[in-house]
Ligand binder design. Structure first.
Ligand code: HH2
Length: 261
């Protein structure tokens, strides 16, 4: 069965759930609900990495993330795992000390810490920084470029002693709609590397672009559930080991059907 990672952003500005879970109690309640709804992992993030997002200071990210990770890890009590979505070593380290067991790393650089702490590690492909990445969306062959990058990082991490590694093509990170579609259409090439593949496409822009027919403004984030579920089901059928989603109940229901088939 594909693992389901629920998205919990404790930020004011994440592209979909920004501002909803800034309050610690609200965040912990939402994370607990996700576990009840079927999340295997709750992914706590304190910095938006949407295109053009401004970076967040380390002290602020620590303040946002650590108490929520700590409380959720306690409440989860072995029923689910907590991951930390960060590019900062200090934030990842503090979250691991607070009970997280996976570093979800969109910078794909934190494997030395994952090795040291014997933590799981998700390595995601992107280029540049969120503020610049969309100007770097040019590839000779996006699938081959992304695959080569991820396999190299995964081998480095495993060689350093990271006990669990996932590779994630980074849908929407320095990728156009055509790049995202190519990565999904040819997901078997990434799955075929043998590394467990993680996919995050929930409510992302390309889904809105397709929903609106491509000729108008992308459909708003609130109108992207159906496309998100179709994408999640596609990834599951194609062999993804983990799907990252905001809508945990709907995605868990879809995963159950796929699993049963
Ligand atoms: N996407 C986002 C954040 N973290 N991690 C992985 N492994 N894969 C992804 O595709 C991925 C990710 C962006 O989504 P979200 O967290 O909802 O938004 P924001 O970055 O605005 O907080």
């Amino acid at each position: 069965m594909t693992l389901l990672m629920g998205v919990l952003n404790v930020t004011p500005d994440s592209f979909y759930d920004g501002g909803q879970w800034e309050d610690e109690e609200a965040a912990v309640a939402r994370g607990s609900a996700m576990i009840d709804e079927g999340a295997d992992i709750v992914d706590v993030g304190g910095e938006s990495t949407r295109p053009a997002a401004a970076p967040v200071a380390e002290s602020e990210e620590l303040r946002r993330v650590v108490p929520v990770v700590k409380e959720l890890a306690q409440r989860a009590n072995g029923r689910a795992r907590v991951s930390v979505d960060t590019r900062k070593r200090a934030v990842a380290q503090a979250a691991l000390e607070a009970g997280a067991t996976i570093i979800n790393d969109v910078s794909a650089t934190l494997w030395p810490l994952a090795a040291e702490a014997r933590a799981g590690w998700v390595a995601m492909h992107m280029r540049g920084e969120p503020s610049t990445m969309m100007s770097l969306a040019n590839y000779s062959d996006v699938v081959t470029d992304v695959k080569e990058f991820l396999v190299e990082r995964a081998e480095l991490a495993a060689g350093a002693g990271v006990p669990e590694v996932w590779v994630d093509p980074g849908i929407g990170f320095a990728k156009t709609t055509a790049h995202n579609l190519a990565l999904l259409a040819r997901l078997d090439e990434l799955v075929g590397t043998g590394w467990p593949v993680a996919i995050g496409l929930s409510r992302k822009r390309f889904i809105g672009v397709l929903a609106s027919g491509g000729e108008h403004e992308p459909a708003p984030t609130g109108d992207r559930l159906e496309g998100s579920l179709a994408g999640a089901v596609w990834a599951m059928v194609k062999g993804a080991a983990m799907v990252r989603a905001h809508d945990v109940k709907a995605t868990a229901d879809a995963a159950r059907l796929v699993g049963a088939i």
